[in-house]
Design a protein around this ligand. Structure first.
Ligand SMILES: *[C@@H]1O[C@H](CO)[C@@H](O)[C@H](O)[C@H]1NC(C)=O
Ligand SMILES: *[C@@H]1O[C@H](CO)[C@@H](O)[C@H](O)[C@H]1NC(C)=O
Length: 431
């Protein structure tokens, strides 16, 4: 991985993706119609040529053969078991249960904790650094009964009862289904197996899902408390340059119009885009900055290792839903347009997720960063205003979006605080 710092990353990314000449960022905000059309045309040809390779063998080429336990968790000396459970709409989710590497703790399981990863990630996200740095390992070694969640479409899940990944319908969902089907089912599964309420920890999109799910009484009654890293509900103040540019280009609508439903950056066309955005010309670190904000404590010499696991697939409809939130400033269900909304929801606008429905008795902890370009502070204040409870807050001025997961210091800076919060509640079993 080249450590050379190149010019403004967004400029270089534009150059890489669209073949546009390099110009300063402010000017690109006034992207002319012609330039936008050119970019769209180039992107389309890139995506369309990808269709040639879009057969199952190439899509699965980089898929791990073994499960997450065998690949990443057991090699570090942690006992791990694979679980499967099926959502109401037929997706077969994979979950992993991890216990302490120390023999003494193995027999007596502590409170269950469910870990919910972010967008284009999966359960591996909690185990990517050393056992002393990664939250999943740290929780297990503190005696927690660690459950690792994975949403539909990620490589640790097991498809659908009747649909194939080649079917358009397989990808016909957004984070709304992650929240109301996948998270509901994962929480129900852990609750049933452990016979206990559980703690939930989410990062990024995992917090969108969690907060949406907690507005549902039948879900939140199974949850003892939650710790949210980079909490997000409203998204209309994000500052991530590349994300804003893609929103402005209507990238989400363009790819849907082109018939692209699966967003898989490990497919052949996806790999090509990743290589273009993330090669020696543009330091990958720089690209991550333009998506997530400046990460203070991220170890960029580990990026090659992270890329063995990330990114995981998601759906174009999910990106579209997230971009709707950026455009419309809402925390609401997917917007199908007025008439389809009427048919589906019985109203012209999609129903909002009402944060005031989250019971004030649910203990909440939130960690947020001053350099986070996705979980913006103004948007977080909006969230806090609508919640009935006052969450415990940890503000880290230097932290960006990925630091909360991958900072080399996140144990001291963040995870110890979460452990203190959970420990202050006693065991959830006593609720
Ligand atoms: C983790 O921390 C413990 C105690 O501080 C230390 O003995 C051990 O070597 C560390 N392990 C790694 C992989 O850094
Ligand atoms: C950063 O990553 C490299 C490569 O894995 C590793 O050797 C180094 O110890 C890491 N640094 C820190 C501070 O964790």
């Amino acid at each position: 991985m080249s450590a050379t710092v190149l010019g403004p990353s967004s400029t270089a990314v534009t150059e890489a993706v669209g073949g546009l000449p390099a110009f300063p960022y402010r000017k690109t905000m006034e992207l002319s119609v012609a330039q936008a059309a050119l970019t769209v045309a180039l992107l389309s040809s890139l995506l369309l040529s990808a269709e040639d390779f879009n057969d199952a063998s190439s899509l699965r080429r980089k898929s791990p053969v073994a499960g997450l336990c065998t690949q990443l968790i057991e090699p570090s000396g942690f006992p791990c078991s694979e679980h499967k459970t099926q959502t109401k709409d037929g997706f077969i989710l994979g979950l992993q249960r991890v216990s302490s590497s120390s023999g003494n703790l193995r027999k007596q399981r502590g409170s269950p904790v469910l870990l919910i990863h972010g967008l284009f990630m999966a359960g591996d996200a909690w185990f990517l650094d050393t056992t002393n740095q990664s939250l999943g390992f740290i929780l297990a070694d503190r005696g927690f009964d660690v459950w690792v969640g994975n949403v539909r479409g990620t490589r640790w899940c097991h498809g659908h009862v009747s649909l194939s990944e080649k079917d358009r319908e397989f990808w016909d969902w957004s984070w709304q289904e992650y929240a109301l089907y996948d998270l509901r089912e994962m929480i129900r599964y852990v609750y049933t197996v452990t016979n206990s309420r559980l703690f939930v920890i989410g990062h990024s999109q995992g917090t969108i899902m969690s907060l949406a799910a907690f507005t549902q009484p039948d879900i939140v009654e199974m949850v003892g408390a939650a710790a949210l890293l980079c909490p997000i509900t409203y998204l209309n103040h994000i500052t991530a340059r590349l994300a804003l540019r893609l929103v402005k280009m209507h990238f989400d609508q363009v790819i849907l119009a082109l018939g692209i439903h699966e967003l898989n950056f490990k497919s052949d066309w996806g790999t090509r885009i990743m290589d273009m955005m993330c090669d020696r010309r543009v330091d990958c670190d720089d690209m991550l900055t333009s998506i997530t904000g400046k990460n203070c404590c991220f170890n960029s010499s580990r990026i090659d290792f992270y890329l063995e696991y990330e990114p995981h697939p998601s759906s174009a409809k999910n990106l579209n839903h997230l971009f709707q939130m950026i455009r419309e400033g809402t925390f609401a269900m997917y917007d199908y347009g007025r008439w389809k909304n009427m048919k589906r929801y019985g109203q012209l606008k999609p129903p909002k997720f009402d944060l005031s429905q989250i019971p004030s008795s649910l203990p909440l902890w939130m960690g947020y960063g001053g350099n986070d370009a996705l979980a913006d502070i103004t948007d977080l204040q909006h969230t806090l205003k609508e919640l009935q409870s006052k969450p415990d807050l940890l503000y880290l001025e230097n932290y960006g979006h990925l630091d909360f997961l991958l900072s080399t210091r996140s144990k001291e800076d963040v995870y110890d605080r979460i452990l203190t919060f959970f420990n202050s509640l006693g065991t959830v079993r006593s609720y």
